[in-house]
Ligand binder design. Sequence first.
Ligand SMILES: [Zn+2]
Length: 235
Amino acid sequence: MCLDKLKQEVLHANLELVERNLVISTWGNVSGYDPETKLVAIKASGVHYDELETKHMVIVDLDGNVVEGEYVPSTDTQTHVALYKRFTEYGIHGIVHTHSQYATMWAQLGMDIPCYGTTHSDYFYGDIPCTRLMTADEINGEYEKNTAEVILERFEGDACKKMNAVLVHSHGPFVWGKTPLDAVLHSQVLEYISRMAYCNYTLTGGENQKIQRVLLDRHYNRKFGENAYYGQKKQ
Ligand SMILES: [Zn+2]
């Protein structure tokens, strides 16, 4: 893919965060990965969404070094690139970070989001994991890189394929997908199910049952399993 196309895609996905009410002010960022060049486009740091243009999409390599662009990339760049290093082999080419309200509330509590129903199961295979608290050394050291490390502790092997989101303890969600826009959709669904789970949890004092395992499997697999049959037949 040419880098201009990647930057366009990432710009569009960043603007979609605003359209879908997932960010305010300068919060949040989307990045996209190009497998041909092994480069990442990511939003520049601290630029307001209403001023965002293609030139604010900074190209970095997988170590986070700026390859092209005059702006400083997002402060979360080291988290994004460290996740790409592990996840690209599973086809993950888009990552989103927001502080969307309900997902962030669960993150602030340090709680996994329980899977209560099929809306959740249609996109995420089970509870959305929350990372452990970071140590003082991790926070005072390479904080953004260590943020990725605590995320990766929750994702062994190809687990990132069935679980496209994580909550970083006391912070907020990181979400991914096959493309930047796919990751934005997953962020939007995450926020929707976070809100429903919050209501279910508070209405019952946390006593309600999670979805039956067999129903979780059925819903997830009919969309994403080996014999998926949801949607229109591929031409
Ligand atoms: Zn953040």
